[in-house]
Ligand binder design. Structure first.
Ligand code: NAD
Ligand code: UD1
Length: 303
């Protein structure tokens, strides 16, 4: 049994990770400011340090005695980064540097959440890790900054890291009422209650939806793959789904017809986002296990 620090452990992905660590017999310490996460998501029996991941002293004390750190705390919203550029930068990049800095003393390996947002719009699909990085948001720019500081952490300070570029993650516990929630939780919530859904633009835009259980599997396997070379991997399925097809699939999972309204496309919207999973397959020996349909039924059942 080992003790792990999970920053953002009261959030959507972090709470699933904590449950998986506990299920394999490990102990968990959570650092979370509960800004978007919830105390209800805290793993029963886990220690909670409530505070800001950019608070260097707090992060240093949270890092004491841990065998590894999973760093997920961030303002996980592109839109929030538009509204509060400097504030989200503090959480997303300064927070990551605080984690890496605190990992120095005990040479603690760090697996951290990056994002497909580092790629921006790409013309060659699926997107492999070495594609040019063209973030189109403060959120994506800060996630790319995290990756660059992870390189420094390895090169200068000898800290082992692994960055995981999550594509569109979905699953139970993604809060459908949050204005920053993902399309799947919003559509499931509305269609399950017989309400219409709004498709932005023509609905032909596509995404690579990856289930949270597969994200957790990548995080757990990732600790052994962390190194001072600071590798970075896509966490995705390699399968594209259009927003319109998604609405129909969710309606089918709810046993209803989809009532679809269209609204103008979101400004700056990426048209197609599809990841190449072969890097993760090779390094982590992982295949995505939860298909979209199975995952959708699970979300609808959870609501
Ligand atoms: P989430 O909002 O549910 O979880 C983030 C957690 O971090 C929350 O519990 C929140 O309270 C906490 N937090 C936020 N700012 C903090 C701060 N300054 N100090 C301490 N805690 C703070 O989001 P999520 O979807 O679980 O995202 C987890 C990670 O995965 C984030 O780093 C996010 O950027 C990344 N990511 C998520 C997706 C996705 O599709 N959900 C895609 C790409 C990357
Ligand atoms: C997602 C992530 C973001 C990440 C980015 C990486 C979420 C919530 N956001 O953004 O953190 O940086 O991938 O590329 O996971 N849509 C509708 N109607 C709705 C809601 C959404 O049509 O009510 C459409 C959007 O226009 C978009 C698609 O659904 O085309 C997905 O939207 P969303 O779930 O918000 O995620 P992304 O914008 O892809």
């Amino acid at each position: 049994m080992a003790l792990y620090l999970v920053t953002g452990g009261c959030g959507f992905i972090g709470s699933h990770l904590c449950a998986a660590l506990a299920a394999r017999g490990d102990a968990v310490r959570v650092l979370d400011d509960l800004s978007t996460g919830s105390r209800d998501n805290l793993l029963p029996g886990a220690e909670l340090l409530q505070g800001d991941v950019a608070d260097a002293a707090l992060v240093r004390s949270a890092m004491q005695g841990v065998a590894g750190c999973f760093h997920l705390a961030a303002v996980a919203s592109v839109e929030r980064g538009v509204q509060d550029w400097l504030g989200t930068h503090r959480a997303n990049l300064t927070g990551t540097i605080a984690v890496l800095d605190a990992a120095r003393a005990g040479r603690v390996p760090v697996v951290y959440a990056s994002s497909a947002a580092v790629y921006g719009e790409q013309h060659i699909l699926p997107i492999a890790e070495d594609a040019p990085k063209r973030p189109l948001s403060a959120y994506g720019a800060d996630k790319l900054g995290c990756e660059q500081h992870a390189l420094v952490a390895g090169h200068v300070h000898g800290i082992a890291t692994l960055g995981l570029r999550f594509f569109n993650v979905f699953g139970p516990r993604q809060d459908p009422r949050s204005p920053y929630s993902g399309v799947i939780s919003i559509f499931c919530d509305r269609l399950a209650r017989g309400e219409p859904v709004t498709v932005f633009g023509d609905g032909g835009q596509t995404r690579d939806f990856v289930h949270v259980a597969d994200v957790v599997a990548a995080l757990l396997a990732g600790l052994d793959a962390a190194s001072t070379a600071a590798p970075v991997l896509n966490v995705c399925t390699g399968r594209a789904t259009s927003v319109l097809d998604l609405a129909h699939a969710i309606a089918a999972a709810c046993g209803r017809q989809a009532d679809i309204r269209h609204a103008p496309a979101r400004a700056g919207e990426i048209r197609h986002s599809l990841g190449d999973p072969t890097g993760a397959r090779a390094l982590l020996d992982l295949e995505p296990k939860v298909g979209l349909r199975q995952g959708l039924e699970e979300v609808v059942g959870w609501l």
